[in-house]
Write a protein that binds this ligand. Structure first.
Ligand code: UDP
Length: 237
């Protein structure tokens, strides 16, 4: 099947970069992801990426341990920048031009987030990696992914996970769990299905951005997803 999208946004959780480690970044895993992203870029599809930070720090956890929530969230956002830079390094070593843009200014290491500039980079074939989430505490990188996808007019939001789609119950716990091939935003919200947080789903719903949930650990899945092969679960209107 041919290329069906012109501009896509991938949401990679911090855990996706962790591999089998208990914490942090597995360089081999990042390299494998970068290779797949590179294959997608080679097809001419414009690629934007939002990375999480859960492999390093999560605001909610910090708050549960007694920290001020907003402060903890800022630390979480900074964690995502480490992931963004790691991914950038891997991609550039493969010859893929990239830009990291951060929602919290740190101009010595990355560009500040400027929407029109991000779009220009994409048009020039550069992979744009968005770091520091939305720049606001009390949000998540899932919501950031939905927000950036809307801002750059992405055709689709790909949510990379560790399972091959959305199930009616946890497939790790229930062997009879059923995988949905497609779902509506309303269904996801009503049933509180764990696709992305509800703010992210609502943003996608309001802006008509389809979400495709797929398993990142299967090699070649990123390219498959972009070429429109049916993988995972699609959430739409
Ligand atoms: N975060 C935030 N605002 C944002 C995005 C992220 O405060 O717009 C913080 C929040 O503390 C979160 C952490 O950054 O726990 C890491 O992001 P997230 O948990 O979304 O990462 P993922 O689960 O995708 O690895």
């Amino acid at each position: 099947m041919g290329i069906v999208y012109q501009r896509v946004l991938f949401k990679l959780s911090g855990e996706a970069l962790m591999g089998d480690l208990a914490y942090g970044i597995d360089p081999a895993v990042v390299q494998a992801i970068a290779q797949e992203v590179s294959d997608v870029v080679a097809t001419g599809v414009q690629v934007a990426i939002v990375v999480g930070g859960g492999n390093i720090f999560r605001g909610v956890k910090g708050a549960a341990a007694g920290m001020d929530r907003a402060t903890a969230d800022y630390i979480g956002m900074i964690a995502t920048v480490m992931n963004a830079m790691t991914l950038q390094d891997s991609l550039e070593q493969m010859g893929v031009p990239t830009r990291v843009q951060t929602a919290i200014a740190m101009q010595e290491v990355a560009e500040p987030y400027i929407r029109r500039r991000a779009i220009r980079h994409l048009e020039k074939g550069r992979v744009v990696i968005f770091g520091a989430g939305s720049g606001n505490p009390f949000f998540t990188t899932d919501t950031t992914a939905a927000l950036r996808a809307a801002e750059i007019s992405a055709d689709v939001l790909f949510k990379a996970t560790k399972v091959d789609g959305v199930y009616d119950s946890d497939p790790h716990q229930n062997p009879n769990a059923r995988r949905y091939q497609s779902l509506t935003y309303a269904h996801v919200l009503q049933q509180d299905l764990r696709v992305m947080d509800s703010t992210a789903i609502a943003l996608c719903k309001d802006n008509n951005i389809p979400i495709i949930v797929f398993d990142l650990s299967v090699r070649g899945n990123i390219l498959r997803a972009v070429t429109g092969e049916t993988i995972g679960t699609i959430v739409g209107g």
